[in-house]
Ligand binder design. Sequence first.
Ligand code: TRP
Length: 468
Amino acid sequence: MSGARESVHGMWSGRFAFILAATGAAVGLGNIWKFPYIMGENGGGAFVLVYLLCIVLIGIPVMMSEVLIGRRGRQSPGLSVKTLAQEASASPRWQIAGWSGLVASYLILSFYAVVAGWALAYVIKTARGDFQGAGAEAIGAQFGAHLANPWVLMAWSAVILFVTVYVVGRGVHKGLEKAVNFLMPSLFVLLGIMAIYSATNGALGEAVAFMFTPDFSKLTINGVLLALGHAFFTLSLASGAMIIYGAYLPSNVSIAKTSMLIALVDTAVAMLAGLAIYPLVFQYGLTPAEGPGLIFVTLPIAFGSMPFGTFFGTLFFVMLVFAAFTSAIAMIESTVAWLVERKGLSRFTATAATGGSLWLLGLLTVFSFSGASWATFELTVFGKPITSFFEVVDYLTSAIMLPLGGLVIAVFTGWVMKKKITEEELQTSALMYGIWRFAIRWFTPVAVAIVFLHLIGVLDRLLRLLGL
Ligand code: TRP
């Protein structure tokens, strides 16, 4: 049925290409850079548990909804949702669900490219042996010096964006698909080697205890919101990607099965990344609550003193760059697709223009980390301190836009789209369909609403009113 509309951008060559590309979008800095440090900042085990629950109960159903929207709409996220809203005789306003995704991935990429740039710079530093025999202080100072120079950060993020533009400019089939075919298998091999190395040579027991023993006294409401937001972030949900990648998905592929597989691989990678990083953190007496610098200041210390450290260190950062890159191409794709559809630009011009503007927007992040006075400040949002433009963009996207966007997508596919159409698109067993529909109609909206009401203090007041 979905074959009724066609994508003007081309299609994946099949199920496997989609799985690689979507897994490439999902697996990224979120798994290897962000997950370990926010887990560390939020107390470990309890955070991991909430995060896993969010993936299963909310993430997978929302992913199915997005792929469904994309495949039926066959256009960039905003226009796909708009088309389906028309089909359901509903208000065209629902298209906000798609546009907010497009905007979120654009904003995310502005800082993502900068962080991917650090990873690229660290490939060279590690390969050159900069960390050999250097102590914790010297390595911390190196990272500080790296961040302090905005020119260097701008140059590296330009390299990342340039390659992204080159690959995405070549199109779905010749660009994106070709890149993920090579990068994803390499990433899995590299990660496997790293995890085996640190599990056998690091403090595995402590790492496992830290990651899997929940201590709820360490979890705050902001921690719950972060876990929820991160579940969306890591699966690339509510950021257009699954809609646009779904738009290139052949009609005969099972959305339910592939979504579960993608979520499973993404979660496995996050856990493996934790198990590759934390044994070294504990082995070398480093601190889990280090923040965004975690893997850049802790791991090089381990790489600098372990046998074959130059080799494993270089491997690690290469892997990080690969993971980031397959996400970057997914993040830019929605905007590019829209510019091609509606603004009549050629694919190449659209990509180059988007990449250039992203580089400029990325300056906010660059100057946040270099500590420019205009980019750093002190704000408190819902009890959480926010101290730079980077944190504003990060919090605005991950903690606010993604959960709310997911909520709208859930309501749209669960309550607004006709049941017959979602059934037709998902092509799954009655049981699976029933579970999906229940989750999307009730679970996601209620869970997101509760977290937000709590965050803005309404829930507490309500409970007090009820005498609870
Ligand atoms: N999932 C990516 C990661 O874990 C980050 C991400 C969020 C993303 N939204 C996206 C990637 C949209 C591609 C497209 O690193």
